[in-house]
Design a protein around this ligand. Structure first.
Ligand SMILES: *[C@@H]1O[C@H](CO)[C@@H](O)[C@H](O)[C@H]1NC(C)=O
Ligand SMILES: *[C@@H]1O[C@H](CO)[C@@H](O)[C@H](O)[C@H]1NC(C)=O
Ligand SMILES: *[C@@H]1O[C@H](CO)[C@@H](O)[C@H](O)[C@H]1NC(C)=O
Ligand SMILES: *[C@@H]1O[C@H](CO)[C@@H](O)[C@H](O)[C@H]1NC(C)=O
Ligand SMILES: *[C@@H]1O[C@H](CO)[C@@H](O)[C@H](O)[C@H]1NC(C)=O
Ligand SMILES: *[C@@H]1O[C@H](CO)[C@@H](O)[C@H](O)[C@H]1NC(C)=O
Ligand SMILES: *[C@@H]1O[C@H](CO)[C@@H](O)[C@H](O)[C@H]1NC(C)=O
Length: 755
């Protein structure tokens, strides 16, 4: 673990996508100012109210009437309609309304009003991936789960391009009877695949068409149908499919081009809960906040209570420590890693050295002859090395040359545009130390290749020693079989968990770099938008992979709780790469546990985990009391009256989570943790414990060290005593406790922080 500095996303809520759009950089404070503006103008406020104990709201109309009673009396009944933005049923008791600052102030003083605040802005953070994840036609999990048939995945995102072939309903039955949602597209756009589609963007379009591509990409990754001959600019060819190709999709448009408003996210969750979805996928998040102030945590709790599995992206704020979004224990938090496919190009230097890199744009008419190589630096000022817009002034310096640009700051495609505008023939993009080995296959505007950081020194050496440096680019197309996959992407957000140290985050990593999936626009000049795909990267892309896999598990095990599904994913995750070596991070060193969580998702194993750590919604109450939240803060999350003084609270590390995260503070020498597992394997099973040692712990004692089961669903508890070594205290250590039977290996990752 490097420095303890935390780097926060400047925005409150972001879509976690890279390479296409840069993340909005408006601070929440600025946003609030912009929205609130001057005295008389209207802004959207979220108003929490106390529901009267003695009143039961039979219909949503009754609830609306009750909420409207809080609006200022000066608002006429005809304009009430325009003032009400959302009225919430499940995620919180309250509503969103357009008010002036004066009106908001007045409402705050009314009886029964708990809290009034301005709406905030949050930001939006595959052909080959099923194969890479071991999902194959006719065998294994795809066969056992019937490709997720009958499961409903709700995607909260930027909407959808409904005509895309990935959303064809061939082979799908009608939605299950419990489905109560609706699809507002007309004609044949809605079908048995796309069973729901609505927009919750206040004041926006009423049809949830996807203008950015983000929602179309994530939806098709989770549950896209099989589409043959998919490719992007001719690369990554194959049959495209989502993780759960026969699951139904319900689309909740809650995000605009770059951002999402938290009131709209709440409304999307509210509708998804009401509609009867099984899995909710959200590739967006805000900065780390206590769970009672984090709309996603609050809404996700309501969903979890209804048995909905919630999968969220971890954020793109890596590689800094403490950079996570979505840290609540009731959501699955997904980091991003590479797959074994590359869309390859190579930089060849005049000295014959060649370096592998990537680009989606693979021109066939570029002749790989050596051209002059230039690294832009003006009078010792190397700021032009970043190739930012308007930075390459003297055209004659670049005309017909290969230009080396630092891949940091600004979008990489715009750097290529600058080189092209300056007359450059090609571009070699080189990463900085932070980006390390994470390279992107992007649609550059000129011949280009994106290289890893570790080759930079060799290129610099060559530039400074060769009398007339030269280089060219060789395009190699799509290659499968990068044996160091998966490696964690540089951008993938890292723990530790700022809100709850006793809960390890991220939970898991999944494919999120150079992922091919459906896209609403064509990348070339073809008009066949229905068959268009794009390759993009982000933890936004990793999250829907896990949402789809969760749908497969739900299909095989309809009675499993969200916590049971999460446990299965975590205890079966893989910690080694395709070479059998520990998973690496962008620095090409072994990735630590705050980078990978439990490791890389392994769907084939997750379906049959042997034992599960289960958590019921009520178990979170002693946990929340243990976080020292007060009763009213907890009520905001759990939506029921809680009196912490009358129950036994637990420290966060004692929640029955499938991983263990410990903190040794000051003179504490020993920490004991208890866990309870349930037998979901063979009725008669016998497990023994295997401990991966943890540096600087003198002992790890597991009691009992054997677990015997004679029945299905039987539970067993065990205690683990961790005793530290008084003389040694690194900042971080990690290991695992694994229960091993003849058939199963149930791995509980352990993270230890010494403070
Ligand atoms: C569906 O809606 C679109 C745009 O909203 C409209 O242009 C089209 O005519 C409608 N089609 C049908 C069949 O109603
Ligand atoms: C720019 O120059 C400074 C100082 O000479 C150096 O530390 C830095 O690494 C350079 N940056 C790039 C992108 O070359
Ligand atoms: C532009 O670069 C050329 C060749 O490097 C040089 O001769 C010329 O003086 C430069 N012009 C300016 C305005 O810097
Ligand atoms: C698309 O068409 C334009 C104009 O005809 C052409 O300049 C461009 O190269 C074409 N792009 C591709 C990817 O074929
Ligand atoms: C409960 O905690 C919240 C958040 O810290 C705080 O705003 C509120 O004033 C507290 N309420 C009481 C009754 O202490
Ligand atoms: C504790 O750590 C020290 C220093 O690393 C080591 O010499 C010693 O053997 C350790 N003690 C035990 C019991 O492992
Ligand atoms: C195990 O428990 C689940 C519900 O939690 C139930 O559906 C299932 O039938 C039980 N299995 C056995 C063998 O008792």
């Amino acid at each position: 673990m490097k420095g303890q500095k935390c780097r926060l996303s400047p925005t409150a809520l972001t879509i976690f996508i890279l390479g296409l759009i840069c993340i909005l950089s408006v601070s929440p404070a600025n946003t609030a100012v912009a929205l609130a503006d001057s005295g008389g103008s209207l802004s959207t406020y979220i108003i929490h109210v106390q529901k009267p104990m003695d009143k039961h709201f039979a219909t949503s109309e009754d609830l609306d009437t009750f909420y409207r009673s809080f609006l200022p009396t000066t608002v006429t009944s005809s304009s009430q309609e325009q003032r009400m933005v959302h009225s919430y049923r499940h995620v919180l008791s309250g509503f969103a309304a357009k008010l002036t600052a004066e009106e908001a102030k007045a409402i705050r003083k009314k009886d029964g009003v708990l809290h009034v605040r301005l709406e905030e802005v949050l930001s939006l953070h595959t052909t080959h991936t099923p194969d890479f994840l071991g999902l194959h036609q006719g065998i294994g999990l795809w066969k056992d789960s019937n490709f997720g048939k009958g499961v409903i995945i709700g995607v909260l995102d930027t909407g959808i391009f409904p005509q895309h072939r990935s959303f064809s309903d061939e082979g799908l039955p009608p939605p299950p009877a419990k489905w109560k949602g609706r699809c507002v597209f007309n004609g044949t756009s809605c079908n048995n695949k796309l069973i729901g589609a609505r927009s919750f963007i206040s004041g926006g379009t009423s049809l949830p068409f996807d203008d950015t591509g983000h929602g179309t990409h994530t939806s098709s990754t989770a549950a896209g149908a099989f589409v043959r001959d998919a490719s992007a600019l001719g690369n990554a060819k194959g049959t495209a499919t989502g993780m759960a190709p026969l699951a139904h999709l319900a689309i909740y448009q809650v995000c605009g081009f770059l951002w999402c408003l938290d009131g709209d996210i709440l409304a999307g969750f509210d509708a998804a809960i009401e509609d009867g979805i099984d899995v909710l996928s959200l590739s967006a998040g805000g900065e780390s906040k206590p769970f009672f102030a984090d709309v996603i945590a609050m809404a996700a709790f309501a969903a979890t209570k209804r048995g909905i599995f919630v999968s969220c992206s971890a954020g793109n704020e890596g590689p800094s420590d403490y950079s996570m979004s979505n840290e609540a224990p009731w959501v699955l938090t997904v980091g991003a890693s590479t797959i074994d496919r590359s869309i390859k190009a190579m930089a060849r230097l005049g000295n014959g050295k060649e370096f592998d890199g990537e680009t989606l744009y693979q021109p066939h008419d570029f002749h790989p002859v050596l051209l002059p190589l230039v690294y832009p630096r003006l009078n010792g000022d190397n700021s032009s090395a970043f190739c930012l817009p308007e930075s390459l002034h003297n055209r004659s310096d670049y005309q017909g040359k290969v230009v080396v640009c630092y891949a940091v700051g600004g979008t990489r495609v715009s750097k290529g545009q600058e080189v092209k505008d300056a007359g450059g023939a090609a571009m070699i993009l080189v990463n900085g130390p932070m980006e390390g080995a994470t390279t992107f296959a992007e649609k550059h505007v000129l011949p280009a290749v994106h290289l890893r950081y570790d080759v930079w020194r060799e290129i610099q050496n060559y530039l400074s020693t060769a009398s007339a440096p030269k280089a060219t680019i060789l395009f190699r197309g799509t290659r499968i079989g990068k044996s160091d996959a998966p490696t964690v992407a540089s951008f993938s957000s890292r723990g530790p968990n700022k809100q709850s140290r006793g809960i390890l985050k991220p939970d898991i990593i999944g494919p999120g770099v150079n992922i091919l999936a459906a896209w609403p626009y064509t990348l070339d000049n073809s008009t066949d938008k229905k068959h268009s795909f794009n390759v993009i990267s982000g933890t936004s892309m990793a999250c829907p992979h896990l949402s789809g896999v969760a749908a497969l598990l739900k299909s095989v095990h309809p009675d499993w709780s969200p916590a049971a599904i999460k446990s299965a994913l975590i205890t079966t995750a893989t910690t080694s790469n395709m070479e059998g070596q520990p998973i690496l991070d962008q620095s090409l060193n072994p990735a630590n546990i705050f980078t990978t969580g439990a490791g890389h998702v392994n769907p084939a194993k997750a379906v049959d985990p042997g034992l599960i750590y289960d958590i019921e919604p009520k178990d979170y109450i002693p946990y929340l009391c243990g976080l020292n939240y007060n009763d009213s803060a907890i009520k905001l999350i759990v939506k029921e009256v809680v009196t912490c003084s009358s129950i036994r609270s637990i420290p966060d590390y004692q929640l029955n989570y499938p991983s263990i995260s410990l903190r040794f503070k000051g003179s504490v020498m020993k920490v004991s943790v208890t866990r309870t597992v349930r037998n979901v394997g063979p009725a008669k099973s016998s497990y023994r414990v295997v401990i991966d040692p943890i540096t600087c712990l003198d002992s790890i004692g597991v009691y009992p060290s054997k677990l015997e089961f004679t029945k299905a669903n039987q539970t067993a508890s065990f205690r683990v005593d961790f005793t530290r070594n008084a003389t040694a205290a690194p900042p971080l250590a990690q290991g695992a406790i694994t229960w091993v039977s003849a058939k199963h290996s149930v791995r509980t990752p352990v993270a230890v922080v010494f403070e």
